[in-house]
Design a protein around this ligand. Structure first.
Ligand code: GLN
Length: 307
């Protein structure tokens, strides 16, 4: 991209945010995630023409966790279109990602596909469509990221399966309202594995180009989503991508994005670029402290927010 020294900007941002080490905490409720060195930072910016800038450990793999909910939603929408939104809503929840409280009042219809309850329903949708949803998901992520190195970290998936009592509670609750078609163990096996996808910032940034590119892959001829479907997923990222901190993320950064408790965040500017950041220390909402700050500095310095 002409006229702006993005490489230097990313390096400056890294220097600035590294002062924040120690302000957050690594996710400990999934034991396998606790073993990570907290003082790590990476950031990759990729434009639609694949012009790419990175800083920090941008080739280090990490657990993408809830960012995977965007991939499963894309895949479900690419298969059954708008019918997905009969199974999950599109309203922000204002509650933590793993909350059970709204489900009782709303008869098991999850507020949106990015809280755990909604993502578990989307996993169920995929399980009803495919014989092997995990294989389909991996193929999809390989295709849209242009990298066949992405894999499911089995140790992370197992660790969450052994300790994911809240997700079991959510799945049982959903089942009691007939919101889940398949056996709970099978649905959660898909969910825990999708969350355990291991990716680098470079791969994540590449994969999100699909949403910046109005639904068309930049690495293959596959058009997975219509422009309207991509617009809708981007809108849900804007309003629901950061759970009960979605307003704050919009206020500070001004891009549609999605976070995960592995410390990653992916965000896009439609028609322009995709940006991924990773740093494992989280704030109280489960969002990366350094990641949020880095994105705020980026959109402030460049003016490249959607607002
Ligand atoms: N696998 C995590 C969970 O279900 C994902 C949460 C997240 O990244 N916000 O708790």
């Amino acid at each position: 991209m002409t006229g702006f020294d993005y490489q230097n900007l990313l390096v400056d941002i890294a220097t600035e945010v590294e002062r924040l080490y120690g302000q957050g905490k690594v996710a400990a409720y999934i034991p396998e995630l606790e073993n990570i060195d907290p003082k790590q930072f990476a950031m990759t910016l990729t434009f639609l023409d694949q012009d790419k800038y990175s800083t920090g450990v941008s080739q280090q793999r990490f657990s993408i966790q809830s960012i995977s909910k965007v991939f499963t939603l894309m895949l479900a929408v690419s298969e059954i279109g708008e019918k997905v939104y009969q199974r999950v809503g599109v309203e922000p929840s204002g509650d933590p990602f793993n909350s059970l409280v709204q489900l009782e009042h709303e008869k098991g219809l999850p507020r949106n596909p990015f809280i755990n309850a909604g993502a578990i329903v989307v996993s169920d949708v995929l399980l009803s469509i495919y014989d092997d949803p995990l294989k389909q998901l991996l193929n999809f992520v390989h295709d849209i990221s242009g990298s066949d190195q992405v894999y499911f970290d089995k140790a992370v998936a197992k660790s969450e399966q052994l300790t994911g009592h809240r997700n079991y509670a959510l799945a049982n609750f959903l089942k009691s309202f007939d919101r889940i078609e398949n056996p709970i163990e099978d649905v959660l096996d898909v969910y825990f594995h999708q969350c355990a996808l291991a990716m680098t910032c470079e791969e994540l940034s590449a994969a999100f180009l699909l949403l910046a590119n109005h639904g068309k892959s930049v690495f293959s001829s596959n058009a997975y989503l219509t422009p309207s479907q991509a617009k809708r997923i981007n809108s849900i990222m804007q309003t629901c991508g950061f759970y009960d901190q979605a307003g704050e993320f919009t206020f500070r950064v001004g891009l549609p994005g999605k976070s995960g408790v592995g410390g990653g965040i992916a965000a896009i500017k439609p028609g322009e670029f995709s940006i991924a950041v990773w740093s494992p220390e989280l704030n109280q909402y489960g969002n990366s402290v350094l990641g949020m700050k880095a994105l705020e500095l980026f959109t402030t310095a460049t003016g490249k927010s959607i607002f």
